[in-house]
Design a protein around this ligand. Structure first.
Ligand code: URA
Length: 181
């Protein structure tokens, strides 16, 4: 994990390193059975290097609390490690350049359950394992099993900031994690 941290800190593969303050790599337990993969760091994450430490992070904590898990007991990362300027969506080219780091994280942590959060990471993970594209609206909360890994895509926690019906959907979907642990 130490080598990986260095590689990410020194990475200049795409232009995002020029505008970010620091990369956001992961938080939590590297031995966890559960890995959450968000999209990209926002302002708070860029300033602290801690994934999901702003508003979306509060919602993620609430969802973890709903299933009696602490953020220290799970592994949380993002598909893109550096903040896209003005929180724009990560570009396909940035995801492509950054994905080697996520791949190494998946190998190192070897989780039983992977929960991609939001459409970008869900699309990436489902394509990686199933070579197919899926809409997040169709697959959230469903369990996809491959090579002894359970993949459970979720809406992005930030979706609940703008749509207050999403928190109930997210809570229901988070229960699926516990039922498969
Ligand atoms: N949104 C994400 O996808 N990741 C973070 O780390 C913060 C907000």
């Amino acid at each position: 994990m130490k080598d990986l941290l260095k590689q990410i800190q020194n990475c200049k593969k795409c232009g995002l390193y020029k505008t970010r303050i620091m990369p956001t790599i992961y938080c939590g337990n590297i031995k966890s059975k559960i890995m959450f993969i968000g999209e990209a760091p926002g302002k708070n994450e860029d300033e602290t290097g801690v994934p999901f430490c702003g508003r979306a992070g509060k919602i993620l904590d609430e969802l973890l609390d709903h299933i009696n898990l602490k953020r220290e007991s799970v592994y949380i990362t993002n598909i893109v490690k550096c903040r896209p300027p003005k929180n724009r969506d990560p570009k396909e080219s940035e995801i492509k350049k950054c994905r080697c780091f996520l791949e190494k994280q998946i190998k190192l942590v070897n989780p039983k359950i992977i929960c991609p959060l939001g459409r970008f990471s869900s699309k990436y993970i489902l394509k990686k394992y199933f070579k197919k594209s899926f809409e997040i609206g169709e697959v959230h909360g469903k369990v996809f099993k491959i090579n002894n890994i359970f993949i459970i895509p979720m809406y992005h926690p930030a979706a609940a900031i703008y749509d207050n019906k999403k928190i109930d959907v997210l809570k229901k979907d988070f229960k699926v994690i516990i039922n498969n642990l």
